[in-house]
Design a binder for this molecule. Structure first.
Ligand code: ATP
Ligand code: MG
Length: 392
């Protein structure tokens, strides 16, 4: 019975010209999101509203699931759309609607009408009271409650007439593409995919970079990261994943620097290379899955040492989250099962038994001096041999 969805979106802060940008981005993201659903869909704006028409057969659950991943959507209303064949016929249709959508018992209800087409001959209050009367007559067990009804039936009179009562919650946020782009440092862990999700929720488009260390890390570990990017892309839209061969840099650091500083120094080079690609592809910042105190490389001192080499803003949306809170989101968005697959990532192999937890930035810089001879050349090679994978 539902062939149309009315899309509700947040309107705070999107006045004037921004409103069009927001709506156009939302329409585009909805179209993209629905590519994953079976069926043909028309997505369009009409009088300040966004609708999705389902043409031909489609799967209701699957379609709703796709829409629930589109940031910017606050509510998804399955709508019964009918031709205007006069008020009496509309009464018959609303009775049909109630029968089909509800197990009718002694619920309370109310009809609200919005007359967007001003030429409609009957005023909205009158339409509501007529339709309420018809429902009461057809289902005597229902009771009208104008203040706090269990069932609120919306009737919107436009060129056609739209009837809906259920609002399925959407993910909120802003449509991807309305807030620039950022470069996600994506590892195979639990945190970084969640960090990417949290930032693209605010309308930021994502690119990603993954550092691997073949043959110390396997092809399968890389595939796992591609799989994670693919899951994140269901929310963010397509991601250009940069896969950087980090082996020689890691071996060089391992060879020249104190082992308890390895992780920090390595992370500083990751940030520098990530920043290079971010600039090259017009990203406005970096994103990591760091959270204060989670591991030695994420103490306040370690974060300061890592951050020191960055000139772009680094967004760390999980900074104040506990592991369990991050796991909960990972499960909700569907990355968790992939993240916990047991493939090594490049950090775990070169990790020291007792890494520094309070690195001193001066000491780290001194250690990095020992890399002077070859590090620029190794970075250049890492950058030039990057593999770019388009993930959607
Ligand atoms: P995650 O679960 O995201 O892997 P983690 O708890 O394992 O995080 P670290 O390994 O210290 O923590 O990494 C912190 C952050 O650095 C990650 O969230 C990610 O953003 C980035 N990072 C770490 N390793 C890599 C890598 N191999 N490639 C790209 N980014 C990485
Ligand atoms: Mg990790």
């Amino acid at each position: 019975m539902f062939k149309t969805f009315l899309i509700k979106y947040g309107e705070i802060g999107i006045k004037g010209k921004n409103r069009h940008l927001f709506e156009d981005a939302l329409v585009k993201q909805i179209r993209h999101g629905l590519k994953k659903a079976e069926g043909t869909f028309q997505v369009y704006k009409e009088q300040g509203r966004i609708y999705v028409d389902c043409e031909g057969p489609y799967d209701f659950e699957e379609t709703v699931e796709c829409l629930r991943r589109v940031f910017g959507i606050v509510g998804i209303c399955p709508v019964m759309k009918t031709e205007d064949r006069g008020l009496e016929e509309l009464g018959n249709e609303i009775i049909d609607f109630m029968e089909n959508v509800y197990d009718i018992g002694n619920q309370t209800f109310k009809v609200v009408t919005r007359r967007a087409r001003k030429s409609y001959p009957v005023e909205s209050m009158e339409v509501s009271s007529y339709l309420g009367g018809r429902l009461q007559e057809a289902f005597p067990s229902l009771k009208v409650d104008v203040h706090d009804p269990e069932i609120l039936i919306h009737v919107e009179i436009r060129e056609k007439i739209y009837i809906y009562s259920k609002i399925i919650p959407g993910p909120g946020g802003m449509p991807v593409g309305t807030n620039g782009k950022a470069m996600l440092l994506l590892s195979g862990g639990i945190d970084s995919p969640v960090a990417g999700y949290r930032i693209c929720k605010r309308g930021v488009k994502l690119d990603a970079v993954y550092f691997h260390a073949p043959p110390y890390t396997s092809e399968r570990a890389k595939e796992k990261v591609v799989d994670l990017a693919r899951i994140v892309a269901k929310y963010s839209g397509p991601i250009m994943l940069h896969v950087v061969n980090f082996t020689d840099i890691q071996l060089y650091i391992y060879d020249k620097c104190p082992h308890d500083e390895l992780t920090i120094i390595m992370r500083r080079y990751m940030m520098k290379i990530a920043e290079y690609f971010a600039r090259e592809t017009n990203s406005l910042g970096l994103i990591t899955g760091e959270s204060i105190g989670q591991v030695a490389s994420q103490t306040m001192q370690s974060l300061a040492a890592t951050n020191e080499v960055c000139t772009m803003p680094v967004f760390r949306p999980l900074i104040g989250d506990d592991k369990q809170e991050i796991v909960d989101i990972a499960q909700k968005i569907g990355t968790y099962e992939t993240s916990i697959l047991p493939y090594e990532d490049c950090c775990t192999i070169f990790v020291a038994k007792h890494p520094v937890t309070k690195p001193n930035i001066n000491a780290i810089s001194r250690s990095e001096k020992k890399l002077e001879e070859k590090i620029d050349e190794l970075m250049e090679t890492a950058i030039h041999t990057v593999e770019r994978i388009w993930v959607e």
